[in-house]
Write a protein that binds this ligand. Structure first.
Ligand SMILES: Cc1cc2nc3c(=O)[nH]c(=O)nc-3n(C[C@H](O)[C@H](O)[C@H](O)COP(=O)(O)OP(=O)(O)OC[C@H]3O[C@@H](n4cnc5c(N)ncnc54)[C@H](O)[C@@H]3O)c2cc1C
Length: 333
């Protein structure tokens, strides 16, 4: 079976993997000239289903629970399984109680345990929450490694080509994110920074709770940290605003003043594709299967969505529920 995957974001790359693994001849066509610049490239790389359930519905936890295992099996060595540390400034510790009450699979940590987990944060926070089952990866390294692995396994990649003009495939997998023609999608702008400092080390993502502006720092190799991310209902890809920059830097500085001396090596903006309920969808419509709406959970949910898409492609006779009452022709998994 000859399959066209449209888009080489994380939805497209994971779909290509699952489809090729089941024996399809897969071509991935990406409009950009390389892997960078899309929403996936800007992600924090947190695989944090329990933390995310603070604001996400149950399916995000159910679909994301095994994501770290998938990434570990497909790209050994790319996953760090060190959990997530959630902290709040003394004036905001009520936020910790609220966060704890809305999530599971965590334990409270005091000043001593925070110092054991993250020695550079010793003495800075009195209380926190630790989510030991969570993991993280570097999205850019993971995407590059997945691309290399797929190409090595015979998946064809064509960059700088508009996939909408491609013909001659048995089925198409639409992974074009915000560029998909699905009118139900909305964009949620996320602004992020990459900082570099030798003065502090973190072993895991640290989330800093705040009544209005919860933010996080995700450690990367070579003393880099991703600081993210804003959530703005907007399709604007204009550069990072002064307000966002101030909020992100304030949060980093609150976690540790050493970030005051860090270099800002990159600012970035990504548009998260989302449906109105913030849940992902895999839908079949004619010869096309679409994966979209990964919202703020692309790396967490893409493995499960890719498996569902492959099920739909290879098991077309399987009866599936209509996506919603308004379009009986769409089939979803
Ligand atoms: C700041 C930020 C932080 C985030 N942090 C996390 C996190 O920590 N953990 C997590 O799990 N998720 C995170 N996310 C969410 C995650 O990044 C998204 O859910 C995910 O990237 C969506 O992936 P996608 O493949 O659907 O879309 P995209 O990554 O946007 O990919 C779509 C691709 O389709 C291509 N395309 C469009 N039109 C065409 C065409 N006509 N022909 C060919 N190709 C085309 C685009 O160029 C693009 O490469 C974050 C997002 C942002 C913005």
């Amino acid at each position: 079976m000859r399959l066209l995957v449209k888009g080489a974001g994380i939805a497209g790359l994971t779909a290509a993997f699952e489809l090729a693994a089941r024996g399809a001849a897969v071509t991935v066509v990406e409009a950009r000239h390389g892997l960078g610049g899309n929403a996936s490239w800007m992600a924090g790389g947190m695989l944090a289903p329990w933390c995310e359930s603070e604001s996400a519905e149950q399916p995000v936890l159910d679909l994301g629970r095994d994501a770290a295992d998938w990434w570990d099996a497909v790209l050994p060595g790319h996953i760090t399984r060190a959990g997530t540390l959630v902290l709040a400034m003394p004036r905001d510790t009520g936020e910790l109680d609220r966060f704890a009450s809305r999530t599971s699979d965590h334990r409270p940590v005091d000043e001593d345990e925070i110092a054991l987990l993250e020695p550079d944060l010793a003495g800075r926070f009195r209380r926190g929450l630790f989510f030991p089952g969570e993991a993280h990866l570097d999205p850019r390294r993971a995407m590059a490694a997945l691309h290399e692995k797929l190409a090595g396994n015979g998946v064809e990649f064509r960059f700088g080509v508009d996939a909408r003009h491609m013909r001659g495939f048995d089925r198409e997998i639409d992974c074009m994110g915000m560029a998909s023609s699905d009118e139900r999608l909305r964009g949620v702008r996320g602004e992020m920074l990459i900082l570099r400092t030798l003065d502090i080390s973190l072993s895991r993502p640290v989330r800093l709770l705040h009544p209005r502006l919860p933010l996080y720092l995700a450690p990367r190799a070579n003393h880099h940290f991703m600081a993210g991310a804003t959530m703005v209902e907007s399709l604007s890809t204009e550069p990072v605003t002064v307000r966002a920059m101030m909020e992100l830097l304030n949060a980093a500085y609150s976690v540790h003043p050493a970030f005051g001396e860090a270099a800002i090596v990159e600012t970035g903006v990504g548009i998260r594709p989302a449906f109105s309920d913030n849940l992902p969808r895999v839908e079949a419509h004619g010869r096309t299967v679409a994966i979209n709406g990964l919202y703020r959970h692309g790396f967490l949910l893409a493995p499960a969505m890719a498996r569902r898409a492959a099920d739909l492609v290879f098991d077309s006779d399987k009866p599936v529920e209509p996506a919603d009452e308004t379009d009986g022709q769409r089939r979803s998994a």
